[in-house]
Design a protein around this ligand. Structure first.
Ligand SMILES: Nc1ncnc2c1ncn2[C@@H]1O[C@H](COP(=O)(O)OP(=O)(O)OP(=O)(O)O)[C@@H](O)[C@H]1O
Ligand SMILES: [Mg+2]
Length: 325
């Protein structure tokens, strides 16, 4: 049965292309390749980190796993089922097992709703709960995210950014989802509350056994909380697997550069910071070969023409660079 499935979310050969406006009526249609051939397995109960620079396709991938974007090719399996093949009613049921929290809690919470209305809304939509049951569940959830019954009838604007994110987390967790996408959940918040929100997410995971897809620019955070991870560059996964192994032994030149930027801040580290040169290629006409080759310090002539497939170099550690394997 479903609970025996070790893999909760799986993408195979997932591509998401966005059409680009044509420059002339009869010119060939163009596509922006936001995610290309992404094959990732997210294990039940783990925190899976997704990193890479702005525009590399992290949110696109996450939204495709939630069924919010349709793949142009490839598929997404949730608990073993292809989410894009399910009949509407079954997909709706499945969708209740997935939730998302956003970067900016202020704009994701309707300012005209009270805290009670915001957190109870998913219960109302699902139906079958009396008002007093709703209230009891909301109060319990509020307390577990560090707020209290006294906050029930206040509005989002009465709260600080960190508290608003707690409300957003309570709303996301009220239906006890199995899979939660955290798309840069702390990056819009004051640095002083980052640790509190991350600790809250980790506590809730322990209590409820939730699987997290955790998107972040902050590799120090990813190193701390993620069990497994993928590094994306221009729509493609360049390195993937067990995060301890990747941090201990980064292989792809892009991963090395990202990790060196974090480690060089550590005064005890004798690692040199690797600075990348060159511009990021366009996702509209990405290079035919390795998408990183224009910026890669180790690139050779054939990197421009030949693509490298993700290859397993040690158990649960994959890299897409033929000079690294
Ligand atoms: N709805 C859309 N229509 C057209 N292009 C899009 C759309 N959504 C995303 N893109 C493009 O797809 C690429 C990937 O975007 P995405 O939002 O997934 O990046 P990201 O890695 O989440 O970036 P960030 O770290 O800035 O959030 C970008 O080039 C972006 O401009
Ligand atoms: Mg994003």
């Amino acid at each position: 049965m479903s609970h025996k499935n070790k893999i909760l979310v799986e993408s195979s050969g997932l591509c998401v292309n966005f059409p680009v406006k044509k420059d002339a009526l009869f010119s060939k249609p163009k596509y922006l390749q936001a995610a290309t051939d992404v094959s990732i397995q997210i294990h039940r109960g783990e925190t899976f980190g997704l990193v890479g620079e702005s525009g590399c396709g992290k949110s696109t991938f996450a939204n495709a796993t939630l069924g919010l974007l349709k793949p142009s090719a490839g598929k997404v399996l949730f608990d073993g089922q292809d989410i894009n093949e399910l009949p509407t009613q079954q997909f709706r049921e499945m969708r209740k097992r997935m939730q998302k929290i956003f970067q900016d809690p202020g704009s994701s919470l309707n300012p005209r709703f009270t805290v009670f209305e915001l957190i109870a809304e998913p219960l109302v939509i699902r139906g079958g709960y009396t008002l007093s049951q709703q209230k009891e569940m909301v109060v319990r959830m509020l307390e577990s995210v560090g707020l209290s019954e006294a906050d029930l009838y206040r509005y989002p604007s009465d709260f600080s950014g960190g508290q608003q994110q707690r409300i957003a987390i309570a709303r996301a967790l009220i239906l006890r989802p199995e899979y939660l996408v955290c798309d840069e959940p702390v990056s819009a918040l004051d640095v002083s509350v980052h640790a509190q929100i991350l600790n809250l997410l980790m506590d809730m995971q322990k209590k409820m056994g939730i699987t997290y897809l955790f998107i972040s620019h902050n590799l120090a955070v990813v190193k701390k909380i993620c069990d497994r991870m993928a590094i994306m560059y221009l729509g493609k996964v360049v390195e993937y697997g067990d995060s301890e192994k990747i941090f201990a032994n980064p292989l792809h030149p892009y991963t090395k550069a990202l990790i060196s930027a974090v480690l060089s801040i550590d005064v005890n580290s004798d690692q040199k910071r690797i600075t990348l040169k060159g511009d990021v290629s366009s996702p509209i006409n990405p290079p035919v070969g390795c998408r990183f080759c224009k910026r890669c310090p180790a690139a050779r002539a054939d990197c421009e023409t030949e693509e490298c497939k993700l290859t397993e170099v040690e158990p649960d550690h994959f890299v897409a660079c033929r000079f690294c394997c």
